[in-house]
Design a protein around this ligand. Structure first.
Ligand SMILES: Nc1ncnc2c1ncn2[C@@H]1O[C@H](COP(=O)(O)OP(=O)(O)OP(=O)(O)O)[C@@H](O)[C@H]1O
Ligand SMILES: [Mg+2]
Length: 656
């Protein structure tokens, strides 16, 4: 077979278009990700230096394949790798070098969702807004929306639409002050600040424009305005930009992604070549048929041909259960049967759902039968208490000013620094705008807190200083130092104290080993490891659209994940569960606008098109809400999948 023999003619054309703007606009499973993978290898074969190519991808599988192909090409003589990263990771690399221009410290910290929530709670307390008036989560989503739209806190009050948003505008300002005070940035800031640097500092932009000769982007339909603006600036000199995507799979509208970037690509980049792929290699004909029927109910979309390449082995099945417990029981029972009696490997199965409440019952069933599973996305590894505690230690070691993390661990495990003491110091520290540690010293001198408490604080500070020195002097041994820290603070005793159930305690302790293991992983595969860099990678990992979500997906286990985190992936057997009004489409969207319903429909489309051979759709007739069973209606999408799409109204006298 010749080098590109495994590609169809349209794909071949795409991978051989090596310069200028190129858009591959095509439906699910048509090989878009494969195209940019092979195209990268082609660029290198044609003499482009690997590290001068930037590929923005969303799945670990794609990143791995790209690296693999590059290695094959260069016969293992790869001195430098191409840049394969996500948008956020790209921005971290820019900011590490340039953020000082914006008055931030070089060693800024990236706060994750958990930190954001603690800060938001503190902010609302400070501005005396009750949870009833505005919940921390709501504050964060409004702030995130503003940030993605490029609205700075100074202007938020002007764009606030209602009372809630007005409160959020006040909160936004305070939130931003808190981040600035500790030299931290959140995920949205990564994009926002990079974009600002590129706009306000031409020499910075130029430096980064010179880094890359070619840029490729996967899942382009989900880029938001800031991401677009960053990329547009980056490629301005050469316009060697290749993007691939599918407008029918745009599912991040709620996070500010705009389909118009993909649909308007040719206007932004005049002379762009547009290639369409029409062969679907993933799904069987019946699965594809379902997907096509469903998505045709959306109005504003590019019409696409999608031809299947695989005959169905079985019809798409639709199962109805009397309640959600039975749904979980039966689905898992079937998986167990197929696995144990028919030797189907567990990795073939994926259970996809819309909301974070759904997986709990499936997990319980899988555990009951001892079937291995991984839950991807939502409740990540880093969300467990013991991991968050240790992460907080590492964060305070890296950033002594990180007060959110400090408060988490100052008395965990207990070391005689009581709540009242902490509160007194904190209140004064905030009022006077001095670091916690300095204020503690001052209050001991003033006799406001006891000498004993003061001594305990001082001892803790020394402990942190000691470990900071250890980590800095031997970064390649950070994992060993972390283990020593766990022993020194006797964290395993803390676990035994907290979890009386020995099984639980054992599991939590094993979690500590995994955490140390993740740091070992990091130091062995990184040249020039630093604690900051590690913490940044952890922060980025926790997000649902980051590559490492798939690290575990390769394992032989049933995958449970939300529809959002399933994008780009494929599985031989898919169960799409909870097809009910209020779940999918989601309840926020039931009496929602057509636009919101359309996004839910695209989510369902993404789910269906993850299935390679077998697809099962299910719903429960009743589902508990606030502890009470409620009747639920079948999802409108079920009906739509079974009927032909609505005809466009035809004027009298015109041919239909
Ligand atoms: N020309 C081809 N011949 C055979 N198989 C192919 C071909 N092109 C792609 N495939 C296979 O089809 C499947 C889907 O490809 P890929 O994941 O690249 O599609 P995609 O368009 O990126 O899908 P999505 O829209 O879901 O991201 C993969 O298993 C891939 O290996
Ligand atoms: Mg893809």
């Amino acid at each position: 077979m010749d080098r590109l023999g495994h590609l169809n003619p349209a794909q071949r054309e795409a991978v051989q278009t090596l310069s200028g703007p190129l858009l591959v606009l095509a439906g699910a499973g048509t090989g878009k990700t494969r195209v940019i993978t092979v195209r990268m290898a082609e660029l290198i074969r044609n003499g482009v230096t690997p590290e001068r190519i930037l590929s923005v991808t969303f799945t670990n599988k794609a990143s791995k394949e790209m690296l693999q192909r590059t290695r094959e090409l260069l016969g293992g003589r790869m001195k430098k790798r191409p840049w394969i990263s996500t948008f956020h990771a790209l921005c971290v690399s820019v900011l590490r070098a340039e953020i000082k221009h914006l008055g931030y410290p070089d060693r800024f910290a990236i706060i994750d969702r958990g930190d954001q929530e603690s800060i938001a709670r503190g902010v609302l307390r400070d501005i005396r807004v009750t949870e009833k008036a505005l919940r921390p989560g709501d504050l964060l989503s409004v702030v995130s929306r503003w940030k993605s739209a490029g609205v700075p806190h100074q202007r938020a009050a002007e764009v606030a639409d209602d009372d809630k948003e007005f409160l959020a505008a006040l909160g936004y300002r305070r939130y931003q002050e808190k981040l600035r005070a500790t030299g931290s940035v959140d995920f949205d800031d990564l994009l926002l600040l990079t974009n600002r640097l590129f706009r306000e500092f031409p020499e910075v932009l130029e430096r980064h424009q010179r880094r890359f000769d070619h840029v490729q982007i996967d899942e382009y339909q989900d880029t938001n305005g800031l991401q677009f603006s960053i990329i547009e600036a980056l490629v301005r000199g050469h316009n060697n930009i290749c993007v691939v995507g599918d407008d029918d799979q745009s599912i991040y509208g709620w996070r500010g992604a705009e389909v118009r970037h993909i649909l308007g690509f040719s206007q932004h980049f005049p002379g762009a070549k547009v290639i369409r792929l029409e062969e679907n290699y993933r799904c069987t004909d019946r699965i594809l048929d379902m997907a096509n029927r469903l998505v045709q109910h959306n109005r504003d979309r590019h019409k696409k041909q999608l031809r299947p390449n695989k005959q169905s082995l079985e019809d798409v099945r639709f199962l109805e259960f009397s309640d959600e417990t039975l749904e979980a029981e039966q689905v898992v029972r079937e998986i167990r049967f197929l696995h144990q009696q028919k030797n189907v490997p567990l990795r073939d199965f994926a259970i996809l759902f819309r909301t974070n409440e759904q997986p709990r019952l499936f997990e319980a069933e899988l555990r009951r039968y001892g079937l291995r599973y991984v839950l991807l996305g939502s409740q990540s590894f880093y969300d467990k208490k013991e991991i968050r505690d240790l992460l907080a230690y590492l964060k305070v070691i890296a950033h002594p000013d990180d007060e959110v993390s400090l408060l988490r661990i100052i008395n965990t495990p207990a070391r005689g620094i009581g709540n009242t003491t902490v509160e007194k110091v904190m209140t004064e520290a905030v009022r006077e705008g001095v670091p916690f540690w300095d204020m503690a010293q001052r209050l001991v001198n003033d006799g406001v807190i006891t000498v004993k408490a003061g001594a305990a604080i001082d001892k803790f500070r020394q402990l942190l200083d000691t470990f900071r020195r250890k980590m800095e002097s031997q970064p390649e041994k950070m994992d060993v130092v972390l283990r020593e820290l766990i022993d020194t603070i006797d964290y395993e005793m803390e676990i035994e104290r907290q979890y009386k159930d020995p099984q639980q305690a054992l599991m939590r302790t094993a979690g500590l080993d995994d955490f140390v293991g993740s740091l070992t992983d990091y130091v062995t595969r990184t040249t020039g490891p630093t604690l900051d860099d590690y913490l940044a990678s952890v922060a980025l990992d926790g997000r649902d659209d980051e590559p490492d979500k798939e690290k575990q997906a390769a394992e032989d286990a049933v995958k449970l994940m939300t529809l959002h985190s399933a994008k780009g992936l494929e599985f031989p057997r898919v169960y799409l569960v909870g097809l009910e009004e209020g779940i999918l489409p989601h309840k926020r969207s039931v009496d929602a606008t057509e636009k919101e319903i359309a996004e839910e429909r695209r989510l369902a489309y993404v789910g269906i098109t993850r299935a390679q051979d077998y697809l099962t759709l299910s719903r429960a007739e009743t589902r508990k809400r606030y502890g009470k069973p409620r009747k639920s209606m079948p999802s409108r999408f079920l009906r739509e999948m079974q009927q032909e799409p609505p005809r466009v109204a035809v004027e009298p006298g015109q041919p239909a």
